[in-house]
Design a protein around this ligand. Structure first.
Ligand code: TXA
Ligand code: MG
Length: 317
């Protein structure tokens, strides 16, 4: 049984007690729901990989109450300090070198010399981090390779019975995962587009390198070809919907048997917030009605549109 906790004082105290006992609790963040565990506990991190079916070479993001707490575990460069100042708390994850005495479990960090750290903006996540007093390792709270959850119901659809509790604080405001930046190499590198547009980061620190360093470990799952995948096949840049296709619309919808409109007013931030809920709904409802696939209308690439298109490409691979 997975317990549903409410985001009041009592719920936070219960969640913190479960986490302290090395149990798993799904928690709201401004991006997506995370599957949280005590980052300093080896068995708790192992349980996260098991519950998600996540390959153990994929490291987890560690969540901290503030930049000062993160700086006790990883080494901040001047660029990292500037970014933390500008974008934390918020949907930006920084990959930085671990300090020698960093207590985060090797399991959580997949044995790497770097650690991905982030300070979430969601008030419930912040209250929980304050109550815990240890960092929370939290990947998105979905089965590995599937669509990230933006509601507690999504979490339960994937993980019911596999985790101790979910802290239900309603839908996530941003709806896409954090932007992941690698600051451990020579030049800042964008590993995953996300909730902070790359343009905003470049306005702060200058041009970013993109993608993975060729041949370097690890492969971020955010960079794996197939990820965020619904079970119905997804077709991109649709200019029509077939009779047996559901439609993921943006702006004025095309005619189709089943439609989920990301944003009737063609607003990319609204589309980002609704993307994962839309994919999940079209997937179940489309399959129930015997449809064979999902056709996605094009979304412009400005602002959060870049991260939306990244997720759609991976969902279609
Ligand atoms: O918004 C988010 O980032 C959400 C919420 C819960 O915070 N979390 C999330 O975690 O999306 P996850 O595990 O689904 O994605 C984390 C990404 C993966 O692509 C992982 O490979 C990468 O960050 N990552 C983690 N540690 C890394 C490291 N040391 N070096 C390179 N990439 C790393
Ligand atoms: Mg994920």
């Amino acid at each position: 049984m997975t317990q549903i906790l409410f985001p009041n004082d009592e719920g936070i105290v219960s969640a913190a007690a479960l986490l302290r006992a090395a149990c798993l609790v799904a928690i709201p963040t401004e991006t997506v729901y995370g599957l949280a565990a005590d980052a300093t506990s080896e068995p708790a991190a192992a349980a996260v990989f098991a519950a998600k079916g996540r390959p153990d070479f994929n490291p987890l993001i560690c969540h901290y109450p503030d930049a000062a707490a993160a700086a006790t575990h990883v080494a901040f460069s001047p660029v990292a300090e500037r970014l933390a100042q500008e974008f934390w708390p918020g949907p930006l994850t920084l990959v930085l070198p671990r300090r020698a005495d960093c207590p985060v479990s090797a399991r959580a960090g997949a044995g790497l010399p770097t650690l991905a750290v982030r300070v979430p903006a969601h008030p419930v996540a912040r209250a929980l981090l304050a109550a815990c007093g240890f960092p929370l390792a939290a990947p998105s709270a979905n089965r590995s390779g599937g669509v990230s959850p933006t509601t507690a119901a999504h979490v339960l659809a994937d993980l019911h019975g596999r985790i101790a509790a979910v802290l239900d604080a309603g839908p996530c405001a941003v709806g896409l995962e954090s932007t992941v930046l690698d600051l451990s190499g020579k030049a800042p590198r964008l590993l995953r587009p996300g909730g902070i547009p790359a343009e905003a980061i470049e306005a702060c620190i200058g041009r970013l390198a993109r993608g993975h360093t060729p041949g370097a470990a690890p492969q971020s799952p955010g960079l794996l070809a197939s990820h965020y995948a619904p079970s119905l096949p997804l077709r991109l840049n649709a200019t029509h919907a077939g009779e047996d296709e559901a439609l993921l619309a943006f702006g004025v919808p095309l005619p189709a048997a089943l439609v989920f409109n990301l944003s009737p007013s063609a607003d990319v931030a609204e589309a980002a917030a609704r993307l994962f809920a839309g994919l999940r709904w079209l997937d179940t409802e489309g399959a129930r009605r015997g449809l064979r696939g999902i056709a996605a209308m094009p979304v412009p690439s400005h602002g959060l549109g870049a991260a939306i298109n990244d997720r759609l490409r991976r969902a279609s691979a």
